[in-house]
Design a protein around this ligand. Structure first.
Ligand code: HEC
Length: 178
């Protein structure tokens, strides 16, 4: 009786595995980016990201001091590394941003000011798997990632000097057809 049950479970698993392999091999699992992620995929990706961050993100304040110099340093890192996907001060999405499968939030409009600094630092440092969000821990120093975090946490309340420099800095290329 027990052996029969185990055999049944084993055969079912094998059939499911073979079915999944066949779907991948015959191109029945969509590989295109010009679609919206289905609800199940969105749920699983969000759940897994939140659970990973809850386990790994650092708690507490940003170790970098809240000064104009650090905010400016964050802005100067943001412009060349992030505007392509996350937009400039005007919040307009670039052509690249509009073609991404997982939409990148345009941070001037849809920012992360309310997120704990450790969460934003984790995302910049490690990137987000299965999306275009790159990891920067091999290309930027720890201090630079915290400066970027400081800038994102204060994007909607920058001191006037930093705000002026941010508005002047190159923003994402405008969409071609409005
Ligand atoms: C090539 C595109 C791309 C680049 C360049 C990029 N990102 Fe992202 N980023 C994304 C995408 C796509 C997401 C959304 C991921 C998701 O759906 O979970 C994202 C998500 C984020 C988030 C989380 C937003 C939220 O609402 O939770 C932060 C913070 C972030 N990026 C910061 C940055 C910073 C800072 C830089 C530059 C140092 C950067 N990103 C560069 C594509 C990019």
């Amino acid at each position: 009786m027990r052996r029969g049950l185990l055999l049944g479970v084993g055969v079912t698993l094998l059939v499911l595995l073979a079915g999944a392999l066949l779907m991948v091999t015959f191109g029945l699992v969509p590989a295109n980016a010009d679609a919206s992620p289905p609800a199940l995929e969105r749920w699983a990706a969000k759940k897994s990201l939140r659970a990973t961050i809850a386990r790994e993100a650092q708690k507490g304040d940003n170790p970098v001091a809240l000064t104009d110099d650090n905010l400016l340093a964050g802005m100067k890192l943001y412009v060349p590394n992030c505007t392509l996907c996350h937009g400039g001060a005007d919040g307009a999405a670039s052509v690249v941003a509009r073609g991404l499968y997982q939409r990148a939030p345009q941070l001037a409009k849809d920012g992360v000011e309310d997120d704990p600094p450790g969460v934003t630092q984790w995302k910049i440092s490690h990137g987000i798997r299965f999306t275009a969000m790159p990891s920067f821990d091999r290309t930027l120093s720890e201090e630079q990632v915290w400066q970027l975090t400081l800038f994102l946490s204060h994007m909607d309340k920058l001191p006037p000097a930093v705000e002026a420099a941010w508005r002047q800095a190159a923003s994402a290329p405008p969409p071609p057809h409005g």
